[in-house]
Design a protein around this ligand. Structure first.
Ligand SMILES: [Zn+2]
Length: 458
């Protein structure tokens, strides 16, 4: 048996692994690589040929860096099944089509921009919305703990990874070995979701290591801080702008606000979720209460977790634009999460110059993004090519992260098996991986940090 490390090796995106067994070959995740433009385009356009020929694809969760290249695989001729949980399938129904539309839009934009250059060769989108739709027809779903055999003699079970709705760690039993692909591992006590489950007696563990060298702010302080921010905004009649990823983070923020309103800690001020993708994904959350944790079900007593009296979901562009002139206090939650595109950019342009307003950063902001510059509280910020003063208050809440911190990762590896033969660290920057590898080695585990393209015999 061999493992192929095809992506998310010494980096955090482009998750893709292969498992070659005597009975057949499996691909675990087929994620999009997200980095510098040129490199990303090359890597996403040329999938490893090994991946095109597998017997089945297994998908851990809906994040684009895990699922985003499934439509390319199908476009290139993959006709087999794509196994995942029902919630992940339903999230992908929106996310992959949205991603297809973005690819089409980007290709059109670049061809128009450089079309007059005689050396320009028109580019094709990596895939189109119709490829995503075709791929969705190949999805086959299994609930958590419901084992199945994608290839005769190879057993697969999804375990709850507690990272985003529907997320799974994938346990594969083949040739007498138990191989666990952790996928992205969530944190304990995240809102809505159950805590990550850790399958035991594992022989080989392929584990994420995003936060291998650090911890996050405590989840418990999120409510307190949000309440303080909203109450101050009410006093100043200001706008609270929350850039948020459409998947999970938006629903968590809405759920936290709904708890605060119901507890009477904040006034029910007008709150808008202004992102068509987030609105659709929230509906998927409503459709999958089987993924909620006990506390959420208890708190709800049948009520809508993602709705309260003063909350509105905005679809149309007109309604979104009308928010520019709507007086505060109000809250706007909008995508994209790093403020690089989408409606959030318009809301920021419209709000950051006033001292009455607040921008709340609730997600990771990568280098060279508008969100990062705001989080760093630069005095001036360029939006749509124009420099503007950043006078609005900026609050950074880092308690929302959906990834397990260092201690939890160490614990995960420990619980996965006392007799673990090898831990492979993936999905992390190299510094983070080295630091975690050291900690695991100290605990007598054999650890490897594979590089991209490496093939290892088990
Ligand atoms: Zn993820």
């Amino acid at each position: 048996m061999r493992i192929f490390f095809l992506g998310a090796a010494q980096t955090v995106t482009g998750s893709m692994f292969g498992l070659e067994t005597k009975q057949g070959n499996l691909l675990v995740d087929c994620g999009m690589f997200q980095g510098r433009r040129q490199e990303s385009r090359e890597r996403n356009r040329h999938l490893p040929s090994w991946a095109l020929d597998v017997d089945a694809v297994l998908l851990t969760h809906a994040h684009i860096d895990h699922s985003g290249n499934i439509p390319s695989l199908v476009r290139k001729g993959y006709k087999g099944p794509i196994y995942t949980t029902p919630a992940t399938r339903d999230l992908c129904a929106f996310m992959l089509r949205d991603s297809g539309r973005i690819q089409e839009h980007d290709a059109k934009y670049l061809n128009r921009k450089f079309g007059n250059d005689p050396d320009w060769e028109p580019i094709e989108p990596i895939y189109k919305e119709r490829d995503a739709v075709k791929a969705l027809g190949q999805f086959v779903t299994y609930n958590y703990w419901q084992s199945f055999e994608p290839i005769p003699g190879v057993r697969v079970t999804f375990h709850d990874a507690g990272h985003v709705l529907g997320s799974a760690s994938i346990l594969i039993e083949a040739e007498g070995q138990r191989i666990l692909f952790s996928g992205d591992i969530g944190r304990r006590h995240l809102p809505i979701l159950r805590d990550p489950e850790i399958p035991a007696q594992v022989d080989f563990l392929i584990m994420e290591s995003t936060y291998g060298n650090r911890e996050h702010g405590p989840i418990e302080s999120i409510h307190e801080e949000l309440a303080r921010i909203i109450n101050e905004a009410v006093k100043r009649k200001g706008k609270v702008i929350i850039p948020s990823f459409a998947l999970e983070r938006t629903q968590e923020v809405v759920y936290a606000l709904s708890e605060l309103v119901k507890a009477g800690t904040i006034e029910p001020i007008p709150t808008y979720v202004d992102s068509p993708l987030a609105v659709n994904l929230t509906q998927v959350f409503r459709n999958h209460p089987e993924c909620y944790d006990y506390e959420t079900l208890e708190f709800l007593e049948g009520a809508d977790p993602f709705g309260f009296e003063s909350l509105r979901y905005v679809q149309s562009v007109q309604e979104s634009m009308a928010l520019n002139t709507t007086p505060g206090p109000l809250v706007i939650i909008s995508a994209s999460g790093m403020c690089e595109a989408g409606r959030i950019v318009h809301h920021l342009r419209n709000s950051i110059e006033s001292h009455n307003n607040t921008v709340v950063i609730v997600g990771y902001q990568a280098q060279h993004t508008l969100g990062r510059r705001i989080a760093e509280r630069r005095s001036q910020i360029k939006i749509f090519g124009v420099m503007r003063d950043l006078n609005a208050a900026v609050q950074v809440l880092d308690g929302f992260s959906a990834h397990a911190g260092r201690k939890a990762l160490i614990n995960y590896a420990k619980l996965a098996g006392p007799n673990i033969k090898k831990v492979f660290l993936v999905h992390g920057e190299i510094d983070s991986q080295k630091s975690l590898a050291e900690a695991l080695t100290e605990r007598k585990m054999s650890v490897e940090i594979p590089s991209r393209g490496q093939i290892i015999d088990l």
